[in-house]
Ligand binder design. Structure first.
Ligand code: PMP
Length: 437
């Protein structure tokens, strides 16, 4: 005669809902979700580029791009496809207040690697994703940007070769340029980085590091396939090259995605980076890095030298959010709403963009990537679009030394459905002006 507490059952349903196994319908109860998603019949028309990019000189513009993205956030009437901002969590004020009631624990300094409770919670999340990790392998950082910076400065010396996907996250390019690395940008295809080219450059240049955004890549939205992940790791092991795996968009997938490369790593070759900026609030500045093996101590010391520790207040808020069970529900909400927005954007692109445009169909994240013919003057179009109150990120900033093909990164998570339709129709009109000439 076993009695189960009602709250346990409610929590169990909320966990199943968070994992996408069931969905709640108001007044009717919980229903089991079907496995296929509405995107299954959408085909990607992404056409991979072939050229490897090795910049001759540095041209970091992350600063300008970031400043204008921050300013755009508050510009009234602007349809903003530019930034990668998540939808804000509804219950953050409540959770934040609860986290701060226990102020006693917030008065003292913390160990540089971060509050142990939070590290245990993050480790648990990562174990769920297939990583073999404990709180001892984790450093809580000031956003994942700091984790990238710490890792890049540690593994790479000025003059060393580094391989990145082309295109890739401009904030990572900026760190590498700044530290004097020599960057090789290897094109991506729908499966991930071009492995043939990677092999050639590992052989000829003996790079120190491969930086990869393996899942829901920024800016393309591509998720590297399981087979590609395994091959990438095998190659890295063969050439004794470290991998820096950036999983900033973790948890924002609305279709199943493979486990991180770190989950396959048995030789401590992969340093893994994550963040709460995309699923909670970027301003909290809470990210983390997983460093298994001998390098962890040196990286903790570097973290100490940079800023002593990540804010205890921010760590307490994230920890409280994770403990509350709201995080799963919030991520589920983000996945559901982002999927709707992505589909609205895809339909609008099909309808308004010229036939020469090619685009990716991401399985989650915040962006999709539109590739345009070589003769399209993308910067001119960006200015014309701004004059019509539409902002997008021009593809060039995501290539080492801005040498790439004309492209747009379009964020679907911020604007409303009607804004997406209007904004894409304006961009389509501007693009057609050039494709017909
Ligand atoms: N990595 C990737 C791929 C990103 O897109 C971003 C932010 N746009 C970051 C890292 C840095 O984010 P944060 O420092 O806020 O965690």
């Amino acid at each position: 005669n076993l009695r189960v507490n009602k709250l346990t059952i409610i929590e169990a349903y909320s966990v199943l809902e968070g994992d996408g196994v069931v969905c709640a319908r108001q007044g009717a109860g919980y229903f089991v979700n079907s496995l296929n998603t509405s995107s299954a019949n959408l085909k990607s028309t992404f056409a991979p580029a072939q050229n490897v990019i090795i910049p001759e000189q540095s041209g970091a513009s992350f600063f300008e791009v970031h400043m204008s993205a921050v300013q755009a956030q508050t510009q009234k009437g602007m349809i903003n496809f530019s930034g990668g901002l998540p939808r804000p969590p509804k219950d953050m004020a409540l959770i934040g207040r609860r986290a701060l009631t226990n102020v006693d624990t917030l008065f003292a300094y913390e160990v540089p690697q971060g509050v142990v409770t939070l590290r245990k919670q993050i480790a648990q999340m990562l174990v769920f994703q297939g990583l073999e990790v404990t709180s001892e392998d984790l450093i809580v950082t000031n956003g994942s940007e700091q984790a990238l910076s710490l890792a890049m400065h540690y593994y790479v010396q000025p003059g060393d070769w580094v391989i990145v996907e082309a295109p890739t996250y401009h904030g990572a390019i900026a760190i590498l340029e700044n530290l004097g690395a020599r960057i090789i940008g290897i094109p991506m295809n729908a499966e991930g980085i071009n492995l043939e080219l990677l092999k050639q450059y590992l052989d000829s240049h003996r790079p120190k590091l491969i930086y990869t955004i393996s899942t829901l890549h920024n800016p393309t939205g591509i998720t590297t396939t399981q087979a590609h992940r395994q091959e990438l790791l095998t190659l890295a092991a063969k050439y004794e090259c470290h991998i820096l795996e950036d999983n900033a968009y973790e948890g924002l997938n609305f279709e199943p995605v493979p486990a991180p490369i770190k989950a396959l790593d048995r030789e401590d070759l992969v340093t893994y980076v994550g963040t709460f900026s995309k699923t909670l609030i970027p301003g909290l500045r809470v990210g983390y890095m997983v460093v298994t093996g001998k390098h962890i101590r040196a990286l903790i010391e570097r973290k100490l030298l940079q800023d002593i520790q990540t804010s205890s207040v921010s760590q307490a808020i994230v920890s409280e959010y994770l403990a509350s069970g709201h995080y799963r529900r919030h991520r589920k909400r983000l996945q559901t709403e982002n999927l709707i927005s992505r589909n609205v954007m895809l339909q609008a692109i099909e309808r308004y963009f010229p036939e020469s445009a090619r685009w990716t169909v991401p399985q989650g994240g915040l962006f999709l990537w539109v590739q345009l013919p070589d003769n399209v003057p993308i910067e001119a179009i960006r200015y014309q679009a701004m004059a019509e109150n539409v902002l997008f990120a021009s593809g060039s900033v995501f290539f080492p030394n801005k040498q790439g093909y004309p492209a747009m990164r379009l964020s679907f998570s911020n604007p409303s459905e009607s804004e997406i339709d209007l904004g894409i129709s304006i961009l389509g009109k501007l693009l057609k002006n050039y494709s017909s000439s």
